[in-house]
Design a protein around this ligand. Sequence first.
Ligand SMILES: Cc1cc2nc3c(=O)[nH]c(=O)nc-3n(C[C@H](O)[C@H](O)[C@H](O)COP(=O)(O)OP(=O)(O)OC[C@H]3O[C@@H](n4cnc5c(N)ncnc54)[C@H](O)[C@@H]3O)c2cc1C
Length: 468
Amino acid sequence: MTIPSHANVLVIGGGNAGLCAAIAAQEAGAQVVLLEHSDQQERGGNSKHTRNLRVMHNAPTATLDNSYSAQEYLDDLLKVTQGNMDQPLTEFMIEQSATLLPWLQRMGIHFQPSLSGTLSLSHTNAFFLGGGKALINAQYLTAERIGVKIFYHAEVTSIHLEDGAFKSAAVTNRGFKQTITADSVIFASGGFQANKAWMKEIWGCVADNFIIRGTPFNQGTVLKSLLAQDVASVATPEQCHAVAIDARSPKYDGGIVTRIDCISFSIVVNKNGKRFYDEGEDFWPKRYAIWGRLVAQQPEQIAYSIIDSQVTEQFMPPVFPSMQANSIEELAQLIAIEPSVLTATVTQYNNALASDKKTAQYNPKILDQCRTQGLTPEKTNWALPINKPPYYVYPLRPGITFTYLGVKVNNKAQVLMNDGTASKNMYAAGEIMAGNILGQGYCAGTGMTIGAVFGRIAGEAAACQLKK
Ligand SMILES: Cc1cc2nc3c(=O)[nH]c(=O)nc-3n(C[C@H](O)[C@H](O)[C@H](O)COP(=O)(O)OP(=O)(O)OC[C@H]3O[C@@H](n4cnc5c(N)ncnc54)[C@H](O)[C@@H]3O)c2cc1C
């Protein structure tokens, strides 16, 4: 099957956002063509790695506890972004998230209650049965069944606009170049985190030590082409979701299992053996996304999370085994830190928890204020002495999930131009516009909600545009 020269609705990118958009547009009566850079085996972009999405709900559901009000959702996002967001658009997205689960279930996606140990998200996040891979497979199956024409190995290399409207896209398909026009286009091609040259422009050589958690195909080619043609941008280029992952992870596509979740039960030191941040600042779901950036700021972008035998059962074990030793000196040698320096760091930390300074009972389920006294930086929750061998260490690198620089949109998912006008035939969904909601920071599960909400709206709006 060759790529047609024209489509009613052209969708660029076959992750969750693109598939939601394609399914919504096709169901609303459009003939949809979806172009995906990867081959069929690697399809699904970053979405194939996901586990859940965050939805508002006013009462318990089959898979979500209690309720999660629009106000609570907004407060959570305001806290992590520090207000760096388009608030009306965010409120709109939160309202729309309330109807997502039945819509996704109609595509054959099943949900399950969250498992214990999954970042305590049981009242906020709906988990995909079988994970993101199962979600993606169900979405592709549905899209194919209803007639969306899907092309793999189809890389969009540039976009041609005229007077703020989409004219055509240049595509390389299995080595052959061609052009496709469309009545409307939906950009769903993700961020640019996998584009090392672009990341180096922003971060300098530090970016050499970044590990990309997801797909190598999110190169930002479409985003760059749009921003060069008067499309309005959102968020700054250095803003991204970055977590601490195991330094032994593959350069791309390591996925969820490489994340290190023991940080709040540990102390974290840099290669000089020094602590640099409060490991117990808040619950892990609210803080895990700052640790990639924190590690990126350390010498040689490496850090080490150290625990003892007391807490090994309290977090999800990562894919690589920890390194272990029976003394802190031995542990230091495993990670090439001067043993006397690491011993001094651990001793200082333990002394700051001495019984005369004891503040509260350790309880991993609450912000227990079991904290250090007189240490810089303090550890303000879940601080237990590190004194029960064996000792364990995980090496950490910045793991980049996705970048936030994107295109500006309105609540019809229409792409906005620099003069503030809405393009009449360009829409965007997913990571490529996530910066409208996330100017900085992150709340677990928001990425998939952004993709599903704006994908659905973009698809419906693009199809509706055809009828006008
Ligand atoms: C390890 C990991 C775990 C995550 N877990 C969660 C989670 O549990 N919950 C959550 O909400 N979020 C999670 N995220 C974030 C989430 O994956 C993204 O927010 C979401 O998948 C974005 O969807 P998308 O469709 O915009 O992008 P993607 O799913 O990345 O899809 C973009 C697609 O565009 C294609 N593409 C790119 N450029 C081109 C081009 N030029 N031409 C043609 N095709 C192109 C890519 O190949 C890709 O298939 C996770 C991310 C990672 C990496």
